[in-house]
Each structure stands twice: as C-alpha cells, then as structure tokens.
Design a protein around this ligand. Sequence first.
Ligand SMILES: NC(=O)c1ccc[n+]([C@@H]2O[C@H](COP(=O)([O-])OP(=O)(O)OC[C@H]3O[C@@H](n4cnc5c(N)ncnc54)[C@H](OP(=O)(O)O)[C@@H]3O)[C@@H](O)[C@H]2O)c1
Length: 267
Amino acid sequence: MTQNITLIGAGRMGSALTGGWLKAGFSGGIDIVDPHPSETVSDWAERGRVRVNPEAVPADLLVVAVKPQVFGDLAPTIAQRVGPQTRVLSVMAGVSLATLEAKLGTSLVARAMPNTPGLVGKGVTILCTKPETSAETIKVLESLLTPLGAVEGPIGEDLLPAATAVSGCGPAYGFLLAEMMAAAGAAHGLDPDMAMRLARKTVEGAGALMESSEEDAATLRRNVTSPNGVTQAALEVLMSDAALPSIFKQAIGAAIDRDTELSRETE
Ligand SMILES: NC(=O)c1ccc[n+]([C@@H]2O[C@H](COP(=O)([O-])OP(=O)(O)OC[C@H]3O[C@@H](n4cnc5c(N)ncnc54)[C@H](OP(=O)(O)O)[C@@H]3O)[C@@H](O)[C@H]2O)c1
C-alpha cells in the first residue's frame, strides 16, 4: 500500500530527508508543515512534488523534525495529524518515546538520532523503537531514514543516550580533532592557515580512506604506524591511559548525562 508522509518542520534535517525521498522516487504524497517554507521547499511545492501546509488530516507516516524546545507548544497542533493508524517517527534530540506518546496521543511512536553528515547523505542514524514494533514497521522507518546515510539499530531507548553521545555528537569530535592538530602544528612553528589546511585535509582523507576500506579503524591506524617511528611517538602520548582513552570515556559520560537532563526538561 502506498503511504503518505507528513513532515513537521522542514529545516536542515527535514529538508535533507525530503530531498532524499524525492530523489528516491517515493511513490506516496509528501505534505510539509512549516510556517516559513524555505526556497527549496517552495520550489518543490511549485513543481507539484510536495504540498505545503495542507489542512490537518491524519497522516500515514508522520515525521517530526522541529526543535525539541518548540515541540511542547506545538504538540496539540501536531496531534491533529495523528490518527489511530498513524506511525510517528521523531528525529528530535532528547524527546522520549513516553513524551511523544503522551503529547501526541498514540503508542505508534519511534525515535531516530541522525547526525550532521546526514545533510550530505554521509550520516549514520540510529533507529530506536519499542520492543513490540513489528519488523514491517521497522523496515518502513529504516527506508524513511536512508536518505541521510547508514541506518543502525533498532536499539532500545535505554541505549540511545550512549549512541547519541558517540554518533550524534561525534562529528564535533572529528572537527575538534582537526582544530587541535592545527593548533599544535602552529604552536610548533607552522603558519596557522597552512596548519589548518593540513589538518583539515588529513581528517577528511582519513575519513575517506576509512570509508573505502574494509579494514577496521585500529588496523588502519596500525598500517600507518611503523614500529619505533614518528607516528608511534605521537600515539604513545595520545593513547596513554590518562590521555584519549580516559578523556573520551569521560566526555561520552558527560554527553550522556546532559542528554538525560534534556529529556527530563522536555517531559
Ligand atoms: N541538525 C542535526 O544534525 C541534527 C542531529 C540530530 C537530531 N536533530 C534533530 O532534528 C530536529 C531538527 O533539527 P534541524 O537542525 O533540522 O533544525 P532546524 O533547521 O531549525 O529545523 C526546524 C524546522 O522546524 C520549523 N518550525 C518551527 N516552528 C514550526 C511549526 N510551528 N510547525 C512546523 N515547523 C516549524 C523551523 O522553521 P523556522 O526556522 O522558521 O523556525 C525549521 O524549518 C531537531 O529536533 C534536532 O534535535 C538534528
């Protein structure tokens, strides 16, 4: 059966998803609800590819991609588009399944945590469903998320904060790595702009190499580390117990704590 999608919030994530559905030739209708449609959304509407702000009727698939802070106020309006058969998928950070159920008045809810590389189709999204969600529904939800890149899961909600701390926040760690490498190069005499170009291209290149390789990250690292060589000298500092291994554990822990706090604030 062809299903229709209603998207609430066509910002960066919502537009990336819609662009992907259109590119993949999604056969159902796409309704977009957004008070200030972007030029891209208006262009899709002019070409008859989506409808913008149509009247509220129950959707088959309702994708919620507004900011978590506005969700509470919007929920009664969104709920008008939720019928007994409507499946809801939220990509909002920190809004729990229980809050979605309570505010939208349905138990057919699921969550997903994308990351920013999804905006260029290179993301990884974690799907989080309730234990009773059927395999058929999971397949539909996964297909909704594939425009953003890889889809992992489904996982239970108890593990979502940890997964969010790794992949949702993870792009920031990659950018920070480039920043830190550049700053260290500059501190050792390199021109700061050149140091940044070197660091940036190196992080980009390492990512591309990892993407094109079947080897795991540790093997790729070992492949560029000659025994007793220059890279090994740097890695001995970075990988000592007090350095990256414990700092990352601490950082992921802090992210998990904050995620848990934010979830309470949106209840
Ligand atoms: N970007 C990411 O990497 C990322 C990663 C993980 C999760 N997420 C989640 O994805 C969600 C969207 O993030 P985003 O980066 O796409 O944010 P965004 O660009 O700000 O998109 C939110 C969209 O919702 C619209 N909106 C505001 N009020 C609305 C209303 N009453 N009805 C319908 N739409 C309304 C906004 O319009 P205006 O701009 O006119 O207010 C905007 O177009 C967030 O909940 C975030 O937690 C994002």
